[in-house]
Design a binder for this molecule. Structure first.
Ligand code: FSX
Length: 364
C-alpha cells in the first residue's frame, strides 16, 4: 500500500479518464452490480489507495495464471497486475533467485498487514511438506509466513480453494486447500480449473474498493458463484421438457438439447460460465457442445466420471467437514433434479412416441 491512489497511478501511466470509466464499466458489469453500486465502485476506485498484491504458487499446473494472462479484458488485468501493484509473482516476474526473494520480502515488509495475498495451488503436508518448496522453505511454511502479513487471502483456482487435482485420490502429497492452513484471516475462494479471468480480476477490484464480498458456504463470492450453471443454462428449456442428447453426435446433440445424460454437472456446479463466459464472452463449454465437468466444486476429480450422468459420488473428498457438507447437499440436489429430469424424460418419450414431429427425440 502506498500513498498513491489508483487514479494517481493510472494518470501517471497515461490512462485517460474515458478509458478508466470503460474499465470500471466492464468490472461492474461482470460483478452484476446495480447502477448505484456501480457508480459507488467507480468513485471508490478513483480514490482508493493503491494496494499491494503478492501472488504465490504451489502445487498447480499454472492453468490459472494462463487463464488470467489470456484475459480478453486486458484493461482490467493490466489495471491490477501492471498498474495497481503486483509486487511478486514467481512465474511472471523477471527477477529470479535471491533478487526475487528480496523483492518479495521488501514488498511484504512495506505493506505488512495490508497486502492482498493471492495463492494458487494446493499445499502438501506429507513428508513435512517436502513435495513443494520455494527458496528452501516448504510451501506450508512459506504460506504461513506470507499470510501473517496479509489483510486477506484470495485462493485462486480449485487447487487452492478445495485441493483440486493434487488432492484427488490417492493424494500422495497430502495436499490441502489454503483454507486449511490460513485460519485467522479472510480467505476468498475463486474456484474453477481454471477460474474465469474476469472473475479473478473482478473479485480483487471489489475487495480493493468494498472489502470482502458476500460469500457462499464454501467462501466463494456470491456475485459469481451464487447460481448453478443449470440455473442460467440456455439449454435449460430442453431439460425441462425431458429432451436429452444421448451421444455427442446424435440428432439431439445437433439440435442443442440438454447434455445432462452425457454427464453434465451443471445442476450441482456454481460458477459464472453461462453469463461471463470465456474468451471475451465468446462461449463456454456447454455452448461448445461439451458437458460441464463441475470444475469449480470440491472433489470434482473424484466424483466418478466426467461423462457419467450424476449419481452417487465416490472418492475421498469428504475429508473436511465444510467440503463434505457442501458436496452432500450438492449431490442431494443433483440427484433430486436428476430424478425429476428422468420423470420428465419419461413423459416426453411417451409424448414423442405418439407424435410425428421433427426433430425426433433421440431418447425415444
Ligand atoms: Fe489447479 Fe491452477 Fe486447475 Fe491448474 O493455479 S485449478 S490444476 S487450471 O493451475 O491450480
Amino acid at each position: 500500500m502506498t500513498d498513491e491512489t489508483i487514479r494517481d497511478v493510472l494518470t501517471r501511466r497515461g490512462l485517460s479518464r474515458r478509458a478508466f470509466l470503460q474499465v470500471c464499466a466492464s468490472v461492474t458489469a461482470a460483478l452484476a452490480l446495480s447502477p448505484a453500486e456501480a457508480a459507488d465502485m467507480t468513485k471508490r476506485l478513483e480514490t482508493a489507495e493503491r494496494p499491494t498484491v503478492i501472488y504465490l504458487s504451489y502445487q498447480e499446473c499454472t492453468g490459472c495464471l494462463e487463464s488470467l494472462t489470456r484475459s480478453f479484458s486486458p484493461g482490467i488485468a493490466s489495471l491490477i497486475f501492471n498498474d495497481i501493484s503486483l509486487a511478486y509473482n514467481d512465474t511472471l516476474q523477471a527477477a529470479a533467485g535471491q533478487a526475487a526473494e528480496t523483492a518479495k520480502d521488501t514488498a511484504m515488509k512495506n505493506a505488512w498487514g495490508k497486502y492482498v495475498l493471492v495463492v494458487d495451488g494446493s499445499v502438501p503436508l506429507a513428508q513435512n511438506g517436502a513435495y513443494c518448496a520455494v527458496a528452501g522453505r516448504s510451501a506450508v511454511s512459506d504460506l504461513k509466513r506470507a499470510a501473517g502479513g496479509a489483510a486477506a487471502v484470495v485462493a485462486v483456482g480449485t487447487c487452492a480453494a478445495f485441493g483440486g487435482l493434487p488432492y484427488a485420490a490417492p493424494n500422495p502429497t497430502g495436499a490441502v486447500p489454503v483454507s486449511e492452513i490460513v485460519r485467522d484471516r479472510p480467505v476468498i475462494n475463486i474456484s474453477g480449473c481454471p477460474p474465469i479471468a474476469e472473475v479473478i480480476t473482478g473479485v480483487i477490484l471489489y475487495y480493493t474498493t468494498f472489502g470482502v464480498p458476500a460469500l457462499d458456504h464454501l467462501h466463494r463470492p456470491m456475485n459469481f458463484y451464487g447460481n448453478t450453471i443449470h440455473d442460467r443454462c440456455y439449454r435449460r428449456p430442453f431439460y425441462d421438457r425431458g429432451m436429452f442428447a444421448k451421444t455427442f453426435d446424435d440428432e439431439g446433440a445437433r439440435q442443442g438439447w440438454c447434455l445432462f445424460e452425457l454427464g453434465c454437472k451443471g445442476p450441482i456446479t456454481h460458477n459464472a460460465c453461462p453469463t461471463t463466459k470465456w474468451n471475451g464472452g465468446t462461449s463456454y463449454p456447454i455452448e461448445s457442445g461439451h458437458p460441464c465437468l463441475g470444475c469449480s466444486e470440491p472433489g470434482f476429480w473424484d466424483k466418478g466420471g466426467f461423462y457419467k450422468a450424476l449419481s452417487t459420488p465416490t472418492g475421498h473428498w469428504s475429508r473436511t467437514g465444510v467440503v463434505s457438507g457442501a458436496v452432500a447437499a450438492g449431490v442431494a440436489a443433483g440427484l433430486s433434479t436428476a430424478a425429476v429430469a428422468r420423470a420428465r424424460q419419461g413423459r416426453a418419450q411417451k409424448k414423442a412416441a405418439s407424435a410425428d414431429s421433427e426433430p425426433k427425440n433421440p431418447t425415444s
